[in-house]
Design a protein around this ligand. Sequence first.
Ligand code: KMT
Ligand code: NI
Length: 186
Amino acid sequence: MRYKQENMVKVYVHDNKSGIDYRESHNSGTELSLDELAQLGVIYKYCATEAEVDEIAKERQYKNRDVVDIHQGSFKNETDFNEKLAMFYKEHLHEDEEIRYCLEGTGYFDVRDASTPENWVRCRVEPGDLLILPPGIYHRFTLTSSNHIKALRLFKDEPKWQAINRSTQADSLPVRKDYLSQINQY
Ligand code: KMT
Ligand code: NI
């Protein structure tokens, strides 16, 4: 049995420095607690086993799942790999929750803090870390410099799964407005 305290996801404000590979840590030095993360509507859980993930899936009625294994070797060539990473790193939202459970490797989930909209809050996930991003939150994903993650993606029966890139149109979607009103930023 591993202990939550030792395996707690690392959460901090991104330094917003451009010109440095986005797989670097970009740690501004300002850390957030899990409570502060929860104020953005993002739920973190450490699940020592997949059985614990199954419990959450059951509670939330997630019936389907798949595994993504993202590393250079899973792509035809470097261009395809880089294109995929660029796609994951585009700021977007979904009309449904995004649940991810890290099985192997590491990754960064960046979420926007609506109270300081220029800020990204970066969550560095490791094996055992599960994140639930609420519908309507702007976010993006990337690998760390170790260039590998294997993650479980949970889906409901009819997932509203398209990524909707940030735009004024996306800003005016009901799901975005609902999200902002839930976190009292409306
Ligand atoms: C997403 O929606 O950005 C992803 O699914 C990223 C890959 S999950 C590690
Ligand atoms: Ni997403």
